[in-house]
Design a protein around this ligand. Structure first.
Ligand code: 13P
Ligand code: SF4
Length: 329
């Protein structure tokens, strides 16, 4: 599993690790907050689960686990902490709550949404089920609890094909990411019925951009997230979830690499792969970037922004998420 486990390090050890990606002038602002958050975590028996797109000061400074969305869901289920602070977007915090309903789950900014999650509602899923009676529904984990409640099972980019094929159906409704649906369709014989959602970060990449970079850097390896348009994935050497991208770089140690995904990924991985050169035309996720050290500190200190899900919806949504976790990677 591609998780990053932060050891109990003091502040100067943390900076030694990340000085290559955080300038000294910025570190002066981050260091006191990192110290305070790590102290507060111990006092409150809290755990910080962070997505791979969080900024380096969060990823390397305060996260106990940093991972892709599938691993975050699995870790949320396992934790013995009393409080989970989910540094990522709202659907990830909701998923953590579904996996571990007894725990207090906090998100540092309630406005940290996701364009995919916003593209579909539970009512839309009901409408799709009426249009295609009997066809099972696979919903990407990047959806609200309402949508998960109307679905048969969830998936992430790390297990989408496996989940689709686990249903034993010749047709599956796969939502909401149109491009991920396209990627799954290329890798399975099951007929995929898709929705028109897209990720505002990955839809911006173009195949021309990738081809131009390859021409300028003939030895470069290009790895893309499956939320990218199909021609971008075709122009790449590898496609996979964020943690599979981390694993690819770690295992292959390419001389030069282009990660066709959110900006912070390259900085975060650079720390553990000092000999790899990261070429960085990347896009920012405006939702992921709503999470800051200051907001993490405030939300943990005051225990604000708690995730609550109505009992009925939660019970049905939990079934879909747990089914996904059982299927695994
Ligand atoms: P992963 O499941 O690959 O971490 O992706 C989540 C996400 O939001 C990508 O945009
Ligand atoms: Fe959603 Fe895209 Fe941001 Fe991931 S990168 S959280 S899919 S908007």
């Amino acid at each position: 599993m591609s998780t990053h486990q932060k050891l109990d390090k003091n502040i100067s050890e943390i900076y030694q690790r990340i000085s290559k990606v955080i300038p000294d002038v910025e570190w002066k602002f981050h260091a006191p907050l990192i110290e305070k958050i790590n102290k507060l975590k111990k006092e409150k028996n809290a755990v910080i689960l962070a997505h791979n797109y969080q900024t380096p000061e969060i990823y390397h400074g305060v996260a106990d686990i940093a991972a892709d969305s599938l691993a975050l869901a699995v870790e949320a289920a396992k934790t013995t902490a009393d409080i989970i602070v989910l540094c990522g977007v709202h659907f990830m915090a909701e998923t953590a709550k579904l996996m571990n309903p007894e725990k207090k789950v906090l998100i540092p900014d309630m406005q940290a949404g996701c364009s995919l999650s916003a593209s579909i509602t539970g009512e839309d899923v009901v409408m799709l089920k009426e249009k295609y009676p009997g066809v099972p529904v696979v919903s990407y984990v990047n959806t609200s609890a309402d949508v998960k409640a109307e679905s048969d099972v969830c998936c992430t980019s790390a297990n989408a094909v496996k989940v689709v094929e686990s249903l034993g159906s010749d047709k599956v409704i796969f939502l909401p990411d149109h491009y991920l649906a396209n990627y799954v369709q290329k890798n399975t014989k099951v007929k995929i019925i898709s929705w028109q959602g897209t990720c505002v970060v990955h839809e911006k990449f173009t195949a021309k951009e990738v081809e131009d970079i390859k021409k300028q850097n003939p030895e470069i390896k290009v790895i893309a997230h499956p939320e990218c348009p199909p021609d971008v994935i075709s122009a790449s050497d590898f496609a996979g979830s964020t943690s599979n991208m981390v694993k690819y770089v770690k295992e292959n140690q390419p001389k030069k690499v282009l990660l066709v995904t959110e900006c912070s990924m390259s900085d975060n991985i650079q720390v553990e792969n000092p000999n790899v050169e990261f070429v960085k035309p990347c896009n920012l996720c405006p939702y992921m970037k709503k999470i800051t050290l200051k907001k993490i500190y405030d939300c943990l200190k005051n225990e604000t922004n708690e995730i609550k899900i109505g009992h009925n919806i939660a019970a049905r949504a939990r079934r879909s998420v747990k089914r996904m976790a059982e299927i695994g990677r």
